[in-house]
Design a protein around this ligand. Structure first.
Ligand SMILES: *Cc1c(COP(=O)(O)O)cnc(C)c1O
Length: 375
């Protein structure tokens, strides 16, 4: 059996967790939390970084920060995880779904502007498979209509975008806010975990308050205020030091993890590229880098994808499809009044993800390549 995902442990996780526990400070915002946050800030040019218990939580914080009110509208792809939408629905927003583009499942930026109304508050690009959306176009529309951009960078750690100005920017450093995930299915992990990135520093102080249950506790412990109390809405968004210690062990091995994942990705790609396939290989736009979060194939029909999934399953390989268009979900379909989104539906029907994890061996990949090919 070859599973779809296997969480990779670097070996130092329990050592750092033991250290965190021994220090007597195991709630949040301690030494390991600071180390992780400083790493991301310095490595990727992010604004303020706050670890969260999940990317879902980071998105919920973002929705609070931009002050989403009932009936505000946010534009996002339909081909995404439920959390992207849920975070805004929880605050009463109306989700305006945009189609994916024909090249890859990212939002089709040519479809965004016609969806903007006087109620639109934000655009939420999702960097699918860690591959950048066309951020220049998105930031340009946002600037012209005075909208916030919140990057769902859940899959996009250590991936980059090069804009028209020729500058290479880390995904998560471009929008006003960004959300990352360290769920065990992502490149670096802490079981459950995430991070909010605040690039627009007008949100920095309030982000910290929302993070600490609506109190100014963080400022109090820095000695900036002489008592702390309830100053805003908020929740328990910060993870314990146990989680941060785990994440630190992963961060220390980030380069090694990324190199290995890219090797695996390239073995897949090279194994398929010179054949005539009944599927398309992932396409990486010139402005984007590949962080090897995912290896996917796009078939030309649902039937062909089903046949391939079945064939892999009978060979003991667990490949999986991915999102079902959110505008057709049982929760949202009656609330959705927009157009058909044919590309989103197409990816729902035809995209297949192959196993992708650090410990996948060259022989495993050879076996998977053959199993896909044997039609
Ligand atoms: C994984 C993922 C999330 C949710 O991340 P959690 O940390 O599990 O909350 C949100 N959006 C996208 C695009 C994801 O891939």
């Amino acid at each position: 059996m070859i599973g779809f995902n296997k969480p990779y442990l670097t070996g130092n996780e329990t050592k750092y967790i033991t250290d965190a526990v021994a220090s007597g400070k195991i709630s949040g915002n301690g030494k390991y939390t600071q180390m992780c946050q400083n790493f991301f800030k310095n490595q990727y040019g992010f604004g303020k970084c706050l670890l969260t218990t999940s990317c879902t939580d980071a998105l919920e914080m973002a929705a609070i920060l931009i002050d989403i009110q009932p009936d505000d509208e946010v534009i996002m792809p339909s081909y995404t995880f439920v959390s992207t939408a849920n975070a805004f629905v929880l605050r009463g927003a109306k989700i305006i779904f945009a189609d994916s583009n024909p090249r890859n499942p990212n939002i089709d930026t040519s479809k965004i502007e016609s969806l903007v109304t006087s109620r639109t508050k934000a655009i939420i690009p999702v960097h699918y498979a860690g591959i950048a959306c066309d951020m220049d176009s998105i930031m340009d529309i946002a600037a012209r209509y005075n909208l916030f951009v919140i990057e769902d960078a859940a899959q996009a750690v250590d991936s980059f975008y090069t804009g028209k100005d020729g500058k290479k920017k880390a995904l998560g450093s471009i929008g006003h806010l960004a959300a990352f995930s360290f769920h065990e299915t992502k490149n670096i992990i802490s079981g459950e975990g995430g991070m909010l990135v605040v690039n627009d520093l007008q949100f920095a102080d309030r982000a910290e308050i929302i993070w600490e249950k609506g109190t100014n506790r963080a400022a109090f412990f820095r000695g900036e205020v002489d008592k702390y109390g309830w100053v805003d809405i908020g929740s328990s968004f910060l993870p314990s030091e146990v989680i941060a210690a785990f994440l630190w062990a992963q961060i220390e091995c980030l380069d090694e993890i990324q190199n290995k994942r890219k090797q695996i990705w390239n073995q897949y790609y090279n194994g398929f590229k010179n054949r005539s396939n009944n599927f398309k290989l992932p396409e990486i736009p010139a402005y984007a880098t590949n962080n090897a979060h995912m290896f996917y194939l796009v078939f030309d029909s649902l039937e062909k994808r089903t046949a391939c999934l079945d064939r892999l399953k009978s060979n003991g390989v667990n490949a999986v499809f991915h999102y079902l268009s959110l505008h057709k979900s049982s929760f949202y379909t009656l609330k959705y009044l927009g157009n058909d989104l044919p590309m989103s539906d197409l990816y729902s029907d035809t995209l297949l993800r192959l196993p992708m994890y650090y410990e996948l061996s060259e022989n495993d990949i050879k076996f998977i390549l053959d199993a896909v090919k044997n039609e």
